[in-house]
Design a protein around this ligand. Structure first.
Ligand SMILES: [Zn+2]
Length: 539
């Protein structure tokens, strides 16, 4: 998704990347910050303004969005707010195996961040540096490499235990939910290091955390790194400096367990009727036959520990990621190299603000898993519970308008059906700020009873038309243009079109002759305008 952004870095490394020997502890991070590439300070360009010709009038997508689509467009927090932190220490959670205690602590004490897609590498560096400066010996920080565009790849270590655990997030730049959860974990360990449940984790484990492995991708909010390589398909060839650094770190630490933290697409569903796969877990395989091993037994048990911990928060929206072996991926190879890996994939969550519940669930999942490792409680988990988790499917839409009379705007006669919309998040630069938006389009039309959605609108007795009137509002009376006689609506209800609709309630005819003919009046029931339109960037 980097087409909008200036991708020319001020400093670019060759595909071989920096040498892995540069793995030095750097208690002072001042040099790192001064080495920030200039690109990160360059304001992002203005967004392209998608224009829609509606009813002879031109309106910009921005206007429509401002009126109707607030849930999809959240403004970046100003830096001051983004960097503020809770100043008062709250009581430590009584137990790290108790979901209520963990979630309650998170509610009261989680760190303040912008929405995860808006978290920048500079903010990650700033937070890690602050942790390091708060206690350099408790939070040693090191640069494990540099990204293609020369951004430092930072790892923070905490704990004094014999069992090493490696956690990394944002190997894919547009998969950020676990990143703030890791900072919440670090905050828990910082503030409550002497509280017994926390001290037990610190005594048993040594955690090494890489909160943002692919900062160049994160800068553009896209999956791949600046070479356009999917870092998670580079575990064998090691042509990405980011992958190279992760491999070198793994080889040096030989951790007992790894946590590979990702996001999965919002289409990912579970069960029937399909519901969001908000968290999917995987005990990562290390070969094609999916051979069992003590390491895989351990990660299966950890998945069960996580399921038990997050079930009170996520209910039945917890699933199992496909365990098909991917020969090029890091999780699979890190497991093969001797560090069994748990994959946590965060998916969709219904409602206008999906991030807080998902960050909270990630925090509880990771804290509970570490507690189970530290206490040995993991051995009590029944690995059979892992197989009982429902497998990921892909039958979730963003929105379905069900059982509605569709006037498509193309001139075809009205028909009854469901309209399904898909959406994905994007980050754009607007007036120098990073802004989170939503790209949406009509994905399917017809009988969509086998699909689920984050938002389901019952259209029974109603008519759905393209949003042909700019500024239409509920209660307004409208007459539909006769699209059989005039040119088709510039925007139609067909697959691939923007998800901007008028949901209309027919007004009963008065009995007058003209009302019984083709002229039909409607009252606007609801304006449904999901996301921005951008023909070049389909979800
Ligand atoms: Zn991923």
């Amino acid at each position: 998704m980097g087409g909008d952004l200036d991708t020319a870095p001020s400093t670019r490394r060759g595909p071989g990347g920096p040498p892995s020997e540069g793995l030095e502890k750097t208690p002072s991070m001042a040099s790192l910050v001064s080495n920030q590439p200039t690109r990160s300070c360059v304001p992002l360009p203005s967004p392209r303004r998608a224009r829609a010709r509606t009813g002879g009038a031109l309106v910009t997508a921005t206007v429509v969005l401002a009126v109707f689509v607030l849930p999809g467009l959240l403004e970046a927090q100003p830096t001051a707010a983004a960097t503020s932190r809770p100043t008062q220490a709250r009581p430590a959670p009584g137990s790290l195996s108790d979901t209520r205690a963990l979630a309650g602590w998170w509610d009261a004490s989680h760190t303040t961040f912008p929405a995860p897609p808006l978290i920048t590498h500079s903010l990650v560096v700033e937070r890690l540096r602050a942790l390091n400066e708060s206690d350099p010996r408790f939070f040693p920080l090191e640069e494990i490499g540099r990204s293609v565009e020369n951004r430092p790849l930072l790892a923070v270590t905490v704990g004094r235990g014999p069992t090493h655990v490696l956690l990394w997030s944002q190997m894919h730049g547009d998969e950020p939910t676990a990143t703030p959860a890791l900072f919440d974990l670090l905050e828990l360990l910082r503030v409550h290091r002497d509280a017994p449940p926390v001290a037990r984790v610190l005594d048993a484990l040594t955690l090494t955390i890489v909160p943002m492995l692919n900062p160049d991708g994160a800068e553009r909010f896209e999956r791949r790194n600046a070479q356009s390589i999917d870092v998670n398909r580079d575990a064998l060839r090691l042509q990405t400096p980011e992958g190279h650094a992760l491999k070198a770190l793994r080889d040096r630490l030989s951790p007992a367990v790894g946590f590979n933290l990702h996001n999965q697409g919002w289409r990912t569903s579970l069960g029937d009727p399909p519901q969001p796969a908000s968290i999917s877990l995987l005990s990562v395989a290390f070969d094609k036959p999916l051979t069992d091993s003590p390491g895989r037994q351990l990660t299966r048990r950890l998945c069960v520990v996580i399921r038990d911990a997050i079930e009170p928060l996520a209910g039945t929206r917890i699933g199992r990621y496909s365990d098909e072996f991917e020969a090029r991926a890091f999780g699979d190879n890190i497991t093969r190299w001797g560090t069994p890996v748990v994959l946590i994939e965060t998916g969709a969550w219904p409602g206008p603000d999906p991030d807080p519940p998902l960050v909270r669930i990630n925090f509880v999942a990771i804290a509970a898993a570490l507690d189970a490792l530290a206490t040995g409680r993991v051995a009590e988990a029944d690995p059979q519970g892992y197989e009982a988790l429902p497998l990921n499917d892909d039958r979730l839409l963003h929105t379905i308008i069900r059982n509605v009379t569709i006037v498509a705007g193309t001139g075809v006669p009205p028909f009854t059906g469901d309209v399904g919309v898909v959406a994905q998040r994007i980050v754009r630069g607007v007036d120098g700020l990073r802004r989170l938006g939503l790209l949406a389009r009509i994905d399917d039309i017809g009988d969509l009873r086998t699909m689920g959605a984050l938002d389901v609108v019952d259209g029974t007795g109603l008519t759905l038309a393209p949003l042909f009137l700019p500024g239409a509002s509920p209660g307004q009376e409208v007459t539909l243009p006769d699209w059989t006689a005039v040119a088709p609506s510039p925007q139609t209800i067909t697959v691939g079109q923007p998800a901007w609709f008028l949901l209309l309630r027919p007004i009963p005819a008065t009995g007058a002759l003209e009302d019984l003919a083709t002229v039909q009046r409607y009252r606007v029931e609801r304006v449904i305008a999901i996301g921005e339109a951008d023909a070049g960037r389909r979800p």
